[in-house]
Design a protein around this ligand. Structure first.
Ligand code: MG
Length: 256
């Protein structure tokens, strides 16, 4: 018994020392990716009604000077109201993040596709549907937040008619080489802060009357807003170009 009581504390102390030494060694080790990254730029992230400092502001409540085709679209009370014709941004974008706020008509008129129909077109070609889908059934791949005729929103996050709603869109442009599709477009959409499209791979453009398909086009295109006969309103529209950080490999990955 006596022998045992002396041995146990010594063994425990040794064990503690080994554990300490091992954990100290683990703390010293560091994984190094071997990639040298450019420093991320410091920006002002803005707020609910102010764009981030590195955004291209397309509409801040004042006028349509950043757009073309808006002869019959109107601006009042800090918002644009859709009119005949397609509103197209003068600036063009490839990979980008888009913030846009919209409101369906407060007075409910029409049903299905006829109720506050509009659309946000990336590169002027690929439509994220705008529709009053609050208690308003239509085909699912044509309801609010759908990639038109390709993919319904994952959930219906529509607010009541007349309420302001947000779309935050992350767009990866398709790439073409030598007249052929090299990589498709991808889109992620948050509607009122809720994820409704999760890195969806587009099959091509989004027409009403034929299957989707890709036709080669430039690296950049405008944001365009659709007029579908309904006085949908828009405000607080900005776009940020998305660019990968510059980086280079300076050595193979290692633990030092
Ligand atoms: Mg539409």
């Amino acid at each position: 018994m006596k022998k045992n009581t002396r041995t146990i504390p010594v063994t425990a102390a040794l064990l503690a020392a080994v554990v300490f030494a091992l954990s100290a060694a683990a703390q010293c080790a560091e994984y190094l990716s071997g990639i040298e990254w450019a420093e991320p730029k410091v920006i002002d992230p803005g707020s609910a009604d102010k764009a981030p400092s590195d955004a291209v502001v397309l509409f801040d409540g004042k006028d349509l000077s950043a757009w073309t085709g808006g002869e019959k679209w109107t601006v009042s009370d800090g918002a644009i109201t859709a009119g005949p014709g397609e509103l197209r941004s003068k600036a063009e974008f490839g990979d980008c993040q888009v913030h846009i706020e919209w409101a369906s008509a407060a007075e409910v008129k029409g049903e299905g596709q006829g109720r506050s129909n509009s659309g946000v077109f990336l590169m002027g070609i690929y439509e994220v549907q705008v529709l009053d889908s609050y208690q308003n059934k239509t085909y699912f791949d044509g309801q609010c937040g759908a990639i038109y005729k390709q993919h319904p929103p994952l959930v219906n996050a529509c607010r009541k008619p007349g309420a302001w709603q947000t779309y935050d869109i992350i767009w990866t442009a398709p790439r073409f080489t030598q007249g052929k599709l090299a990589s498709p477009a991808y889109i992620t959409v948050l509607h009122n802060g809720v994820l409704i499209q999760n890195h969806f791979e587009l099959e091509g453009d989004t027409p009403f009357d034929r299957p989707p398909g890709y036709k080669p086009h430039g690296e950049k295109g405008p944001i365009s807003l659709q007029y579908h006969g309904n006085p949908v309103r828009f405000r607080n529209i900005w776009v940020r170009e998305v660019k990968e950080l510059e980086h280079k490999r300076v050595h193979e990955p290692k633990v030092r």
